[in-house]
Design a protein around this ligand. Structure first.
Ligand code: AHR
Length: 631
């Protein structure tokens, strides 16, 4: 009965909101984007808090959310426009909650200032989907967004390839972008152009990120434009202005225009590419489709919802417009059939790996997946053998957790030739020439962020006024993505804190014995003078602790130890007062992986990266969490 009254009340509220088009309701400009009255028996209401409705892609997001919602009779959405003002967005969220929403989708206008509000909603039990700008920490249900830095890089790399070895003159419409997306795209673009070398880059200042400003700027700089080969604009809007100006100058045959966004519709990126006015557009996926898809999974309490989904962007040129449109418009369909998956697992080097294997094996059955897993004992050769045997077997999907990052190009090309899609799980590969389409997506942790978190914890918790803090780094195996990226992330924060220094670094191969060996070797040549150990995983940290104790060095007292993984053994060591802090790397990725496999087979476009949920724990909270640890 109470549920019925609540549902009715909410429907009345949504109806009221629907009547308020163009009016102010409690300080909140509510724009209903589906006609609630046309949907009978709606069981869930999704509130959408949009940062502003000025920017083109934000309007595109609203359209996409609307289109996706209309396909589903169970859901209704109401939208609020924060007009770029933080306090208004906070008020909008309160109003949406007042309407009784079941889930909030928010694209924050300022991710830092809205972080606490998002956490408050999440903690109150309302699931929150954060879009476009990720807030720090993990106090939300899922983040969905593009990687604008990568989008800019893709544009830069494309232009460098277009110009070839001789390089050329490129004009970029820059100035100081007011949108964060613009700033990130420009930064990615510049880095790709500088890396390619041989390109003469001229930056033209824009007064605004609009079509008219782009048009005026290009016309005003016609001397420069006449000597250029390519003009880069970071949005469809600006690109249209550039195209018009180039036409006006009679330079259409000489100057090529490249942009980012790749929206559908008249005079948008894809349209301009089809007409030959734009040479290429790098698509910026909007994410509305994915947001509604995940909202439904969350509302239906399905398993396999990851923490972050980084959407895929594609370089669209005239030759592949049809293919891209087909992909964008594709309807996914999961017929529920059993899917055959070949999984090449790294080995059994750590407790983390054992928990990871267990999670994958256990989830397969739940998702009707016939899993064939091969353990490679840390050997890339064995992984090649396993992958080739999966090809022979004719599996539907191959999943690889690679022991090292490089050397995969040849075997992955063989898999591609066999028409089998590949998902990278837990660890990623680095391909020569960034060859596209050899893998579909990466699912796992954000290793860079783990490294950053470890160093941030050190910075905030271990200080010394009188001397430089010496850090020993115990790395995983050489060439593995967690080794490379944790090291990079850690150094990124370290560079901002000059009183800490890595004075010794060695590989411990992610094993207990490896951790022991690193400390033993150090002690052979040095008096113990290390203040902090940063270990790339728990097993090595525990090995190091054993070796320290054997040599009369007290862990946590004589040396602080921070490691990555946060397994139950690490919690026990924190409770014993030996390990200082553990940064989580979540091995329980089975459900997310199996969901990704089903999505892939059902025809959904795979994101770039699917990131799992991770936290950080130290001795002050270890006792509270130890009984809840699942691995
Ligand atoms: O790839 C994940 C890493 O591999 C884990 O941190 C480590 O314990 C494992 O062996």
């Amino acid at each position: 009965m109470i549920g019925f009254i609540r549902k009715k009340w909410r429907q009345i509220c949504v109806l009221l909101a629907a009547l308020c088009i163009g009016t102010i309701v409690g300080g909140c400009h509510i724009i209903p984007i589906s006609d609630s009255s046309s949907k009978k028996g709606v069981s869930s209401i999704i509130g959408v808090s949009q940062a502003n409705m000025r920017e083109e892609w934000r309007m595109a997001l609203i359209d996409e959310l609307k289109a996706e919602t209309e396909k589903n009779d169970d859901i209704q959405i109401i939208t609020a426009d924060a007009t770029g003002i933080v306090n208004k967005q906070i008020q909008d969220i309160d109003n949406l909650i007042g309407y009784g929403i079941d889930l909030l989708i928010i694209s924050p206008c300022n991710e830092k200032k809205l972080q606490d509000k998002i956490k408050e909603v999440y903690d109150s039990g309302i699931p929150v989907i954060v879009m476009d700008r990720a807030v720090e920490g993990f106090d939300y249900t899922i983040y969905i967004g593009p990687d604008n830095e990568v989008i800019g890089q893709q544009a830069g790399t494309y232009i460098a390839e277009l110009l070839g070895e001789n390089g050329g003159n490129v004009v970029v419409l820059s100035s100081r972008p007011t949108s964060i997306q613009g700033a990130e795209r420009l930064s990615g673009f510049r880095s790709a152009i500088y890396e390619a070398g041989g390109i003469n880059l001229t930056e033209l200042s824009l007064v605004a990120e609009t079509k008219d400003a782009a048009y005026d700027t290009v016309l005003a700089a016609k001397g420069i434009v006449k000597n250029s080969d390519v003009i880069f604009a970071y949005s469809d809007n600006m690109a249209l202005g550039v195209c018009d100006a180039v036409r006006e100058l009679g330079l259409e045959d000489q100057v090529k225009v490249v942009d980012c966004d790749g929206f559908k519709g008249e005079d948008e990126g894809i349209d301009l590419v089809s007409e030959g006015r734009l040479k290429a557009t790098v698509s910026c996926p909007i994410g509305g489709k994915e947001a509604i898809d995940y909202a439904l999974s969350i509302l239906n309490h399905e398993s396999g919802v990851p923490k972050q989904v980084i959407l895929r962007s594609n370089v669209i040129v005239k030759e592949n417009v049809a293919e891209n449109l087909a992909r964008i418009n594709a309807k996914s369909n999961d017929d529920g059939r059993k899917i055959k998956v070949g999984y090449s697992q790294v080995g059994q080097e750590s407790n983390w790996r054992l928990a990871n294997t267990k999670s994958i094996e256990e989830s397969a059955a739940d998702f009707n997946i016939d899993l064939h897993m091969e353990n490679a004992d840390q050997s890339q050769e064995k992984q090649f053998e396993a992958i080739r045997s999966f090809i022979k077997e004719g599996v539907d999907v191959i999943v690889v957790s690679p022991v090292v990052e490089t050397g995969w190009d040849e075997v992955l090309r063989e898999v591609k030739a066999a028409g089998i899609p590949v998902i990278m799980s837990d660890r990623n590969v680095r391909l020569e020439n960034n060859e596209e389409n050899l893998t579909t997506t990466y699912l796992g942790a954000d290793f860079m962020e783990e490294g950053r978190r470890a160093m941030r914890w050190i910075r905030d918790n271990i200080q010394s006024d009188d001397h430089e803090m010496k850090i020993m780094e115990i790395m995983g195996n050489e060439g593995a993505s967690p080794t490379e990226e944790r090291g990079k992330g850690f150094r990124e924060i370290l560079a901002e804190n000059t009183s800490y220094n890595i004075t010794y670094s060695d590989y411990g191969d992610f094993t207990f014995e490896g951790g022991k060996k690193v400390v033993r070797e150090y002690l052979k040549r040095h008096e113990w003078d290390i203040d902090i150990i940063f270990s790339h995983n728990d097993d090595m940290a525990l090995g190091a602790i054993e070796e320290l104790k054997k040599n009369g060095i007290k862990p946590d007292e004589d040396v602080k130890i921070v490691s990555v993984d946060a397994t139950i053994e690490a919690f026990e060591a924190m409770v014993r007062g030996e390990l200082s802090c553990a940064v989580e790397c979540n091995p329980i990725i089975g459900p997310q992986l199996m969901k990704a496999v089903r999505d892939l087979i059902s025809g959904k476009q795979m994101p770039f990266r699917i990131i799992t949920d991770e936290k950080i724990y130290d001795q002050s909270v270890a006792e509270d969490y130890i009984s809840k640890r699942r691995y």
